[in-house]
Design a protein around this ligand. Structure first.
Ligand SMILES: [Zn+2]
Length: 52
């Protein structure tokens, strides 16, 4: 891992990474965690806007 989570990779390399994830549970896990973190941040931002 992996620049993918920073969204720095060009599409070609993203594809390569995605195929790599098929055989790399660690990366799958990290990818899911990163996405959940992003969602949580979005949700938190929403709440913030709502309340303030
Ligand atoms: Zn990996």
């Amino acid at each position: 891992m992996h620049d993918y989570l920073d969204r720095r990779l060009p599409a070609r390399r993203v594809r390569r990474f995605e195929s790599h994830m098929d055989g790399c549970p660690r990366c799958i896990r990290a990818f899911i965690d990163a996405r959940q973190t992003a969602w949580t941040r979005k949700a938190a931002a929403r709440v913030r806007v709502r309340s303030g």
